[in-house]
Design a protein around this ligand. Sequence first.
Ligand SMILES: Nc1ncnc2c1ncn2[C@@H]1O[C@H](COP(=O)(O)OP(=O)(O)OP(=O)(O)O)[C@@H](O)[C@H]1O
Ligand SMILES: [Mg+2]
Length: 155
Amino acid sequence: MERDFRWQTLEDTEAFGRSLGALLRGGDLLVLTGDLGAGKTTLTQSIAEGLGVRGPITSPTFVIARVHPSLVGGPALVHVDAYRLGSAIELDDLDLDADLDASVVVVEWGAGLAEQLSDTRLELTISGDDERTVHAVAVGARFERVLADLAPSVA
Ligand SMILES: Nc1ncnc2c1ncn2[C@@H]1O[C@H](COP(=O)(O)OP(=O)(O)OP(=O)(O)O)[C@@H](O)[C@H]1O
Ligand SMILES: [Mg+2]
């Protein structure tokens, strides 16, 4: 299942991210793609708000991954930036202080590197600069449901 969402303003992006974040659960994988400055970190910040995890969410320039624990008894957020990675991501090798099966994993620059982390995932590709579009591809039934649940409120 694929779906496009159009964001005319930053507020639209934030509303999308919060709605999406509220639907996520442990074990979910999101793969974010888009040029430099497309808005991947900004979207992750709003997803984090929807999830209710501890911030701040920043661009992890010198670290590959950060763990943001839940403030509401829900899943933690593992925020990964794969920009500098040359090969497939192996989260086990990062020795993160998190139960990955119980965490939501969001990977910036993850296309081609993160897919093997999970058979089911949501792939989000952001494009445009003034008005942005996100192309969402649900891989697996789990994310088809998530996309269907999102559509009415934020499309
Ligand atoms: N939907 C949006 N509408 C307007 N401005 C936005 C939107 N999303 C992001 N921005 C702005 O664009 C800039 C870059 O955003 P951001 O850092 O999220 O991009 P990124 O894709 O994570 O970049 P990088 O490739 O460096 O990781 C920020 O100043 C941010 O405020
Ligand atoms: Mg970023």
